[in-house]
Each structure stands twice: as C-alpha cells, then as structure tokens.
Design a protein. Structure first.
Length: 398
C-alpha cells in the first residue's frame, strides 16, 4: 500500500497576515466573528490548493452549508484529490491543483467505492516514519456524503455527463435509536462534582493545577450539566453574555441563532466564586480575551481541547476509569437531557433547551431507560443465591 505524503501548501495571504481588527456591525460578539473568520480562512487555504474549476462549487458550499460543515467537506475533497493523484492511475496530474474537470468526468461509481475502501485503513508518511490511520463506518459515511454532494453539484452544473452517486456502495451506520446513549447517572454526577470541589482522586500533578482552576472547572461542568451546552457554545461564552441583574445569559447557537438562558442559584454561585476568587484581574488578560468568560492559566480564552481534557479528567473519576476513558463534553450534554427528562420535564421543553432541530432527537433520551440494566442485574446476584444455598446447607448439616 502506498502512503499519502503531505503536500506542501501554497503561499496564502494568511501566512503573513497582520493582526486582525474587527469592525463588527452584526450584533454578534467579536469573539464569534473572529472564530467564523478563522474557519473562513482555513476554507480559503484549502480552496487555494484545489483545482480552479471547482471555484463555483466552493461558492455553492459557502452559501448552503454551515461553516464547520463546509470546512469538513473541503478537507474530505482535498484528501480525495490527493488519493487520485498519488494512489491511482485515473489522472496524469502530478499535483492536486492540476486535476481537470475531465478527470472527474471520467470517474465511475466503482472508483469512489475503491476510495472509501482505501479510507478504512491507510498510511501517512511523516519525517518520523509511517502512521496508520483507520476510519469507522460513521467517518466513511461522512466522506461518502461529501463526495455525493460534490458529484450531484457537478452533474447539475453539466460539468460531468452523468450522476454517479447512485452507484456508491451504501455504508451501514447505526440509526440513532440503535446507539446506546452514554450519560452519567446522578450518583456519578455527584462524584464528579465532589472531585472538582475537593481535589480527591487527582494525581499530585493534577492537584497543582486544580488549586488554580477548581472554581473555573466546577463552573464549566455545571454549565454542561445544567444547560446541555455544546462545546463551542460554552467555549465562546463572554463576561458580557452574563446579566446577573436579570438572572440570564446569552449564547449563540448553530446557524447564527441567539438564545437567552436563565441562571439558577447553583450557576450564579459557581460563576461568582470563579469571577471573584480565581479569574485573573483585567490588566493581566490580553485585550482580545478580556471579555472571555473562561480563561486558561495563561490568561487566554480557554480552548476546546482544554475543555475536553478537563471534562475527561473529572468524568473518569466519576466512572472509576482511566483518564483516557473519561467522557466527552457531548456526553455531559446527554447527561443533562436524560436527567431533565428523568425528572418528568416535557420532551418539548428539553428540546428547546438543547436546541434540537427535531423532537425525535430529544425522544432518544426519553427512550433511554436510565437504570433498567443496573436494577435488573442488581436483582440477579449469583453470589447472594450461593450464599443463601450455603447457609441452608450449613443449617441442615448442623
């Protein structure tokens, strides 16, 4: 099997860009605008590597899909183009920008199926050696979907003679109802919150950081558990988003939606503790991050990766497992959903809180029988049966 070699990127305007200044008249916070701009620049850099005849497709993506979906589609397309150039004889192009519309017009359904099969397990050559990458069916389905969108567009624009997407092999992925929902149970939530409050079960190195971030970490966990926020929604929260006088805060959802959420006493206390006892003074924070609600130890807006790591750390304590096996922030979103529904709240109210487009998504959590398996097995203890039999036998012998 050949390996995909990293292709040197072209020079782009972002290589030597000047500091970004924001002139914002959208009503969105500056940090949201900056984040959208970073995604836009990443998309533009990938587009600069790809064939020029695809420019019309790039405009289509920009106007019809969410920014992160657009970025994912472009990454998958770039990977596919590299595959065509480096792994097949389907083109005479030596670099991906040399691919032509005729190269794409000559592709057949089986060529796409071969690509998907290749993606199951492939090698990437780096300066340190070879790295093997694998993809599960869900990842393969996303790549297939990205190519389906591309070829349907090319056919609609009469750039290729036929729509080959009907010949793509289906990829079996579990339906939403077939997946077991992973969420913390109430006793595990309490263990997690106890760990962040006391530092118990942390390593000595972890405790060093815990002493400086415990109020921040507790507030972050409570935001996830109370509101079921998405990772990006929490990471982009600002101080100016919080209105203590009105007891509410503002978040920006997917698709540019704004949503006002109420504060409860637990969240208010957690926020006040963090802001008053732990958050750095304003003069120690760089200007760009002064409005960020949650900060790193370096005084910068906390990153999504840092949030993932702290959630995995504390959830692993609750689950009594390794740090690597701890839960992701999305599973805390599931925890919020199952806990709210388990307490008798309306599915439609929970749908609104979690910003689900379709109530069927919320119903998955309602169908999740939180303690059925646990209770069933607890009533079926072999040791207890054996103990009873042993006790009866001993009594009879006596």
């Amino acid at each position: 099997m050949k390996s995909i070699k990293p292709q040197p990127g072209r020079e782009t305007a972002s290589n030597n860009r000047k500091p970004l200044k924001v002139r914002n008249i959208t009503g969105k916070p500056d940090n949201i605008v900056r984040k959208e701009n970073r995604i836009f620049l990443k998309c533009r850099e990938i587009e600069a590597e790809l064939p020029r005849f695809l420019n019309v497709y790039f405009y289509y993506l920009k106007g019809n899909v969410l920014p992160l979906s657009r970025l994912a589609y472009l990454r998958d397309l770039r990977f596919f183009c590299r595959y065509l150039v480096e792994q097949t004889d389907l083109t005479s192009a030596r670099t991906i920008d040399q691919l032509t519309v005729a190269d794409f017009a000559g592709l057949k359904g089986r060529d796409i199926n071969m690509f998907i099969e290749y993606c199951r397990c492939y090698e990437v050559e780096t300066a340190n050696g070879l790295t093997v990458y694998t993809n599960d069916n869900r990842s393969l389905a996303r790549k297939r979907s990205a190519l389906s969108v591309l070829f349907k567009f090319l056919y609609r624009e009469e750039m290729v003679p036929r729509n080959i997407t009907d010949l793509f092999d289906p990829i079996r992925v579990p339906k939403p109802g077939e997946r077991e929902i992973k969420a913390l149970q109430d006793d595990e939530v309490m263990k997690m919150l106890d760990a962040v409050a006391t530092g118990e079960h942390l390593t000595s190195q972890e405790k060093t950081f815990w002493k400086k971030t415990r109020y921040r970490d507790r507030a972050i966990l409570l935001f996830f558990l109370t509101y079921g926020l998405r990772l990006s929604e929490l990471q982009q929260l600002n101080l100016s988003s919080i209105n203590f006088g009105r007891g509410e805060f503002l978040i920006f959802r997917k698709r540019g939606k704004e949503s006002t959420m109420p504060l409860n006493r637990t969240i208010e206390k957690a926020l006040n503790d963090y802001i008053e006892l732990e958050r750095p003074a304003e003069d120690r924070i760089r200007e760009e991050d002064r409005d960020a609600l949650f900060l790193s130890l370096q005084g910068r807006r906390i990153t999504e990766r840092q949030i993932r790591e702290l959630v995995k750390k504390y959830s692993s304590i609750a689950l009594a497992t390794s740090r690597r096996s701890g839960y992701s922030p999305h599973k805390l979103r599931a925890t919020a959903a199952t806990s709210l529904i388990g307490r008798g709240n309306s599915i439609y109210d929970v749908q609104a809180l979690l910003d689900h487009e379709n109530v069927t998504t919320t119903q998955l959590y309602a169908a999740h029988k939180l303690n059925v398996k646990r209770d069933l097995i607890k009533r079926f203890e072999w040791d207890e049966d054996l103990d009873e039999k042993t006790a009866k036998t001993s009594t009879q012998e006596d």
